[in-house]
Design a protein around this ligand. Structure first.
Ligand code: CTP
Length: 426
């Protein structure tokens, strides 16, 4: 990682501004220096002193400060950096950017820059959903502005919830690493934004650069005879989004996929399989891996003696379908005596007692993290949203309902953090 990477962080006025202090610290840990502009409204939430102490240099606050202009003009300020990051990007800042207003230091720097810009929107859900903000965001997307978040959840205002929470520092950091590597953010890759940007998957600088990530996805099909099979409702959307997010974070990714209708993610080596036994063989062939994420809905049972020819209604009654258990791919990999990935992540699709069953699964299967979701009558299987709980031996973290791409982005950000922390401990 190069120590010379730098960003210009514009801190807008919102309660989420305090998260920028954490962001500056994390950026420093990854060798990325931050020079900061604090808007007038931003200074109502964090002080210039706190920002400058963490950033290690003075924080810029006012367009017409003669000293600022003498030190470094706003044009130079906006260009002597690798990336501009606006966090929190308030409705006001977004509107200024969309219309090209330049009436303070932050908006002037944003208009004068020749560098890419990443924004982390944060506002009340009604403001985020207002047609004016929708129009402004559409304009920013058109202008090539990168976006991370916002997430859904409870707001600082009592009783308010919905989309509008600023992305977490780890997510903004992951988006910054991608942007510095010339890539789109995970959510923009998911909507095909990458085609408009230079660069590609497998970046040398993302948080998972140099790592091999193995992902399973989709259902398995267990043959009854050459034309019939046992299957389940898994679409592969969540597993494929995870593989795409890992690639976007710079990893080399092998995706072992059961039969699905979703396309292979770009920049990912996809191995297509049908049955659980084929999936296990493909997973073992893809090892070693640093991280393995088992998102596939593997059929627990297969037909003991699949018929070699199509079974006929020959008048001799119903066919006896004896089932036998399939190998447990996750448990097999997690219990490997040697060559076990450093981090093994399982999924638990449950219809009741979601967290308790996931905790039991964590222990039984020997994995490090379980992503548990409630698939009981919620349209999760095949749908575009997911409500998950992250279960580890340390505790449970529940996320709000998010788009599957957002779950994937967050999960990869979290996995990168865990891997970094275990490296730091080693
Ligand atoms: N899994 C696997 N191989 C199997 C069955 C499951 O790798 N043969 C993995 C899934 O990819 C998932 C996790 O194990 O990461 C949990 O799968 P799930 O079907 O929820 O658990 P089961 O072991 O099947 O438990 P149960 O059906 O009793 O809930």
């Amino acid at each position: 990682m190069s120590a010379s990477r730098s960003i210009l962080l514009i801190i807008g006025g919102g309660i989420a501004a305090y998260k920028c202090l954490e962001l500056i610290r994390r950026l420093k840990d990854r060798g990325i220096s931050s020079r900061c502009i604090l808007t007038k409204a931003g200074a109502e939430f964090v002080t210039p002193l706190a920002v400058s102490s963490l950033a290690g240099e003075r924080c810029f606050t006012d367009l017409f400060s003669l000293t600022d202009e003498a030190d470094i003009g706003h044009i130079a300020l906006s260009r002597s950096t690798d990336l501009l990051v606006v966090a929190p990007a308030t409705a006001d800042l977004i509107a200024k950017m969309a219309t090209g207003l330049a009436n303070d230091l932050a908006s002037t720097a944003l208009l004068a820059t020749d560098k890419r810009v990443l924004i982390a929107p944060a506002m009340n859900p009604r403001m985020w959903q207002h047609p004016a903000t929708r129009r402004n965001m559409a304009q920013l997307e058109k202008d090539g502005i990168l976006v991370v978040g916002p997430n859904s959840g409870a707001m600082a205002e009592r009783g308010e919830s919905g989309p509008g929470r600023m992305a977490e520092p780890a997510e903004i950091l992951a988006a910054i690493e991608l942007a510095l590597a010339g890539e789109a953010t995970t959510q923009q890759r998911a909507i095909g934004f990458l085609g408009r940007l230079p660069g590609g998957a497998g970046s040398p600088q993302g948080p998972l650069a140099g790592r091999h990530v193995l992902v399973t996805s989709g259902p398995t099909h267990e043959a009854i005879d050459p034309v019939r099979y046992i299957a389940n409702r898994s679409s592969g959307k969540q597993g494929h989004a995870i593989a795409a997010a890992a690639a976007a974070a710079g990893a080399r990714v092998t995706l072992v996929s059961g039969p699905v209708a979703v396309p292979d993610p770009p920049g990912v080596e996809t191995v297509h399989v049908e049955s659980a036994r084929e999936m296990l063989a493909a997973v073992e062939a893809a090892l070693p891996a640093d991280i393995a994420i088992f998102a596939a809905a593997v059929a627990d049972w297969r037909v003991a003696d699949a018929a070699p020819e199509k079974m006929k209604k020959d008048g001799s009654g119903l066919p006896p379908l004896a089932l036998i258990e399939n190998p447990d791919i996750l448990a097999t990999v997690a219990h490997r005596p040697s060559g076990r990935p450093s981090l093994v992540v399982g999924f638990a699709a449950e219809t009741q007692n979601v967290v308790a069953f996931a905790q039991a699964k964590l222990a039984k299967k020997g994995c490090d993290l379980i992503v548990a979701n409630d698939v009981g009558g919620t349209g999760v299987m095949g749908g575009d949203a997911n409500t998950v709980h992250l279960v580890t031996r340390e505790g449970v973290e529940s996320w709000p309902t998010l788009a599957k791409q957002e779950v994937a982005g967050r999960l990869i950000a979290r996995v990168s953090e865990i891997i970094d922390a275990s490296k730091a401990r080693a």
